[in-house]
Design a binder for this molecule. Structure first.
Ligand SMILES: Nc1ncnc2c1ncn2[C@@H]1O[C@H](COP(=O)(O)OP(=O)(O)O)[C@@H](O)[C@H]1O
Ligand SMILES: [Mg+2]
Length: 266
């Protein structure tokens, strides 16, 4: 039995003549935090939407847990949680009402929704009352509430499409702590980002560019792959003839004595 929960083979997705995803292949292991890194328009969202069964492949195959996604949508739907890049909670409803709506999409009984929402609010350390109207929440809390809605039906495969885009450094940190906590609970996390630093949190990362995969590796493997040469160290000293004239003389002297290093690749 394969340890892969997602298997993508030669996937191409075209919109008319435009090829958004161009013959990509990769597999994601169960329990992995798998990152998709790429600039806007690289094809990350299109790939996710195809794996979730929202879009059909133009060619190639996409399997989740060994099942073809296009023909097994109903079976796979309860297993998948998808937090889309676009904020999807209803702004005029409270957090609690949004949870009730999200649960109803999966035919969850009211008591189960209430219990699960309570558990999730505790898990994410929700810093507000569940009766708060979504539009009145700060951006970071909105994202956390959207994560709760995504997790409400307890999916084991969770897609997070740029969950930290535009978030403050603290919210990004909190969000990644939650992602790791979810992975420890056995969930598979497929996350997209365009923040290079966030790639470090993933077990493996795909680099995507113009619909193609240009690299797939661990964070360390990628560094080794792209920074093979020994880093250069550049030492800068201000020359003695470059004497400061202003009243900041002593400060600038200190500056002149200081050594600067710049690291780069040969
Ligand atoms: N429904 C669509 N119709 C036409 N073009 C689309 C559609 N969805 C995405 N695209 C195009 O496909 C490319 C990849 O988009 P997307 O997958 O959203 O990239 P990313 O998520 O990496 O920013 C973009 O050029 C985008 O404009
Ligand atoms: Mg996108």
């Amino acid at each position: 039995m394969s340890d892969n929960i997602i298997e993508v083979q030669n996937l191409t997705v075209a919109f008319g003549k435009f090829i958004a995803v161009d013959g990509i292949s990769f597999a994601v292991q169960k329990g992995e935090v798998f990152g998709f890194l790429g600039a806007n328009g690289a094809g990350k969202t299109t790939t996710i939407r195809t794996i979730c069964g929202v879009l059909n492949p133009t060619s190639g195959s996409v399997k989740v847990d060994g099942r073809d996604v296009s023909s097994s949508t109903a079976v796979l739907k309860p297993r998948i949680g998808y937090m889309s890049q676009k904020f999807t909670l209803y702004q005029d409803l409270s957090i609690q009402e949004n949870m009730e709506f999200a649960g109803s999409l999966y035919n969850m009984p009211a008591a189960q929704i209430a219990a699960r929402a309570k558990e999730l609010f505790k898990f994410i350390n929700l810093d507000t009352q569940p009766q708060t109207i979504v539009k009145d929440l700060p951006g970071g809390v909105k994202q956390m509430a959207a994560l709760c809605a995504t997790l409400l039906h307890n999916p084991d495969l969770v897609f997070l499409d740029e969950p930290t885009a535009g978030a403050s450094p603290q919210t990004r940190k909190d969000f990644w702590a939650l992602i790791n906590a979810l992975a420890k609970r056995g969930k598979t996390i497929f996350v997209t980002t365009h923040y290079m630093d966030e790639a470090e949190y993933c077990k493996r990362i795909v680099l995507m560019d113009k619909g193609k995969i240009i690299a797939l590796n661990t964070p360390q493997g990628l560094k080794d792959e792209f920074f093979k040469q020994k880093p250069l160290e550049l030492n800068l000293f201000l020359s003695k003839t470059n004497k400061p004239k202003s009243r900041q003389k002593s400060k600038r002297r200190a500056w002149g004595r200081r050594r600067f290093s710049a690291r780069g690749c040969a």
